[in-house]
Design a protein around this ligand. Structure first.
Ligand SMILES: [Zn+2]
Ligand SMILES: [Zn+2]
Length: 372
């Protein structure tokens, strides 16, 4: 009887265990399993055609794209069907300039954004923009921007346009003028579709050695894991009760103490904290969503006269493109901070980012100052 139960437990597992999980020797290498195959280590029918990976001499996992050559694999998400790859020489921008083309493979990037690569005099760009170090030298800096007007202005200044081309990105990079384009490339695949199976805790695979049908397999050791998890949870609760309650009491006491000290602070240091708060708010949070055209149009636009008298608190140059304001040029100023820029520079910026590029304040949502 016991034997029968054991057999029943093992059978569904057996179907999957013939396809082992493999990985390359480097400890950072991601686990490789269906639909991927590694160096033909798996038995036949354990990987899907077009999902071959291999190990490099350094023991790293690599993927070769038919048109674009070798990339190293940082991570594979079997649930969302993404593979994250990077350049073996850590210079993805060079790979983009050489032409990135995933065609002929099972993979495609989430989206493409057009980037203009600019080569500028080193002293002109240093400390102002994100520089692509692996393409730059002592005299020239290379940078990439997705803002068309910015690229055009920079080209009119002292930069040269190297190339404009679509760059694979996983999400719109919209918080800076220039990007180092050093983030990994996220590639996704649609076929075979194993998302539901993986999300449900199963593992995908061919139903049998000579079948092209995809099946979803569940590992029966999962039942044992469940028991372990329940036991772990109970221990966790005991620990939580013995530690958490004194910890909460303690932090309340510390909080009250800090609060009392805080009230004795001078107004000066309060102002400091406000500044810190603004700087520490990540650009990706509130206020970074672009503004609509009506809102942008509602901001003061002026055309400079012969006197070149610039409104607001501005010196004579646009801090987006760094060039001096000229006669008859249209300027637009952000109402709250009175920072002015070339209209074509700031308009494109505001469409992508709802914050002033100079002081990072959001014209759409006022950042409240602390009042007591
Ligand atoms: Zn400008
Ligand atoms: Zn401003």
């Amino acid at each position: 009887m016991d034997f029968l139960i054991l057999l029943f437990l093992i059978t569904p597992q057996l179907a999957y265990s013939v396809c082992p999980i493999t990985n390359c020797s480097n400890p950072t290498s991601p686990p490789v399993r269906f639909p991927f195959g590694l160096d033909h280590q798996q038995p036949e029918n354990c990987s899907f055609p077009g999902f071959d990976l291999y190990c490099t001499a350094q023991g790293l996992t690599a993927l070769s794209l038919p048109q674009s050559g070798e990339f190293l694999v940082r991570y594979i998400s079997y649930q969302t069907q993404n593979i994250r790859v990077y350049d073996p020489k850590n210079c993805l921008p060079k790979r983009f300039l050489d032409g990135f083309d995933p065609s002929g493979s099972r993979f495609q990037p989430e989206l493409y954004v057009n980037y203009t690569f600019l080569s500028c005099p080193r002293n002109f760009t240093d400390a102002r923009f994100a520089i692509i170090n692996c393409l730059s030298n002592d005299t020239r800096s290379v940078m990439a921007t997705s803002i068309h007007n910015f690229a055009a202005r920079m080209a009119r200044n002292s930069c040269q346009v190297i190339k404009t081309l679509p760059v694979p990105v996983s999400w719109p990079q919209n918080d800076e003028f220039t990007s180092t384009l050093s983030d990994d490339i996220w590639l996704s695949w649609d076929v075979p579709d194993c998302k539901d199976c993986e999300v449900g805790g199963g593992s995908c695979g061919f139903q049998s050695n000579n079948s092209q049908q995809i099946g979803c397999f569940f590992d029966s050791t999962g039942d044992m894991d469940q028991t372990k998890r329940t036991k772990g949870l109970r221990i966790f609760r005991i620990i939580a009760f013995t530690i958490a309650i004194p910890a909460i009491l303690c932090s309340v006491a510390v909080g009250v103490l800090l609060c009392m000290l805080d009230r004795r602070d001078s107004i000066g240091s309060r102002a400091n904290r406000v500044v810190q708060h603004i700087e520490m708010t990540p650009a990706s949070q509130e206020g970074t969503a672009g503004l609509d055209q009506d809102t942008i149009d509602s901001y003061t636009k002026v055309v400079l006269g012969e006197s070149l008298r610039i409104p607001g608190l501005n010196d004579g140059s646009c801090s987006i493109c760094l060039s001096d304001f000229g006669v008859k040029e249209a300027l637009r100023c952000i109402p709250d901070c009175q920072h002015c820029f070339h209209a074509d520079c700031i308009d494109e910026w505001l469409r992508m980012n709802g914050i002033c590029p100079l002081c990072r304040k959001s014209p759409a949502h006022h950042i409240p100052l602390e009042n007591s």
